[in-house]
Design a protein around this ligand. Structure first.
Ligand SMILES: [Mg+2]
Length: 273
């Protein structure tokens, strides 16, 4: 009976706590922005419309190349474009939504299951743009850090959405297909640039454009500024608020941190002035 006067106070505390700290997930807002907002869709459409204009300009200009890895006499090579897959041509926000609802983080098992479903949606404007390029006899390469073993499912997903997949040669270049094809995409860009003039790079992550992006926030900005003229011309960036090498740059990769420590580390980057 002694507990009776204490209980209402305890319940009040719980209610107050619940009001100030809602049960939510770090990816709730970015996932909703991608899935619901007109703003995200417009940015994607805008990027691919921009890409189409750049492609037309690039086809007319034999000196034009988008790949830093392109060297030698490339002017007479056949034209190609290189697109990343995830969050560039395929929208995986549904996989992220599952994490939000389950209050879980990224897991390899969860991701592999999602890839096997081949159910990713199209990034608005992407398939149309790729078909436009293919119609102009430009070979469309998809260069992704999906694992080599997921190629059949990835192709199935791309095919279902109407993306052009050239017959004859492999245009879906995944991680691990060759011993030197690791997360760093530069070797794969080089492999394309050896045989084609690379007109455009399209991606959602700095690593889709340059090597060595897994470095500090400051260094990344310097690298981007040094190539500032390329954005919107040879390099087309899609908006991905959910994840990327930018996020890893906030943390200390050499020091594994708990999810809570990671959150604190991210908060320490917030600017209040
Ligand atoms: Mg991507």
């Amino acid at each position: 009976m002694k507990l009776i006067p204490v209980l209402p106070a305890a319940l009040w505390c719980v209610a107050a706590f619940a009001q100030t700290i809602p049960d939510t997930h770090e990816k709730l807002v970015p996932t909703l922005w991608v899935q619901v907002s007109v703003e995200w869709r417009a940015l994607a459409v805008q990027a691919y419309r921009n890409a189409r204009m750049s492609l037309d300009a690039a086809l007319k200009d034999r000196k034009w190349t988008a790949a830093l890895e392109q060297s030698g006499s490339y002017r007479k090579l056949p034209p190609a474009i290189i697109l990343d897959i995830d969050e560039t041509v395929l929208d995986n926000s549904a996989a992220q939504a599952r994490q939000v609802l389950a209050r879980s983080g990224f897991t390899v098992d969860g991701w592999n299951e999602w890839v096997r479903e081949a159910a990713a949606a199209e990034i608005p404007g992407a398939a149309d743009f790729c078909r436009y390029a293919a119609a102009k006899k430009v070979t469309v390469f998809y260069l992704s850090n999906r694992e080599a073993g997921s190629e059949a499912d990835t192709r199935r997903n791309l095919q279902r959405l109407g993306f052009p997949l050239a017959g004859g040669s492999d245009t879906v270049l995944l991680k691990g297909e060759q011993p030197d094809w690791q997360s760093e995409k530069s070797t794969r860009r080089k492999a394309v640039a050896d045989r084609y003039r690379v007109l455009l790079l399209v991606g959602d992550d700095f690593g889709d454009f340059m090597p060595g992006v897994r470095t500090s926030v400051e260094k990344r900005r310097e690298m981007s500024n040094a190539n500032g003229e390329r954005w919107g011309r040879q390099w087309i960036m899609l908006p991905n608020p959910g994840y990327g090498s930018w996020e890893a740059a906030l943390l200390e990769p050499e020091r594994p941190a708990t999810p809570l420590e990671q959150l604190w580390k991210k908060e320490s980057w917030l600017r209040t002035k």
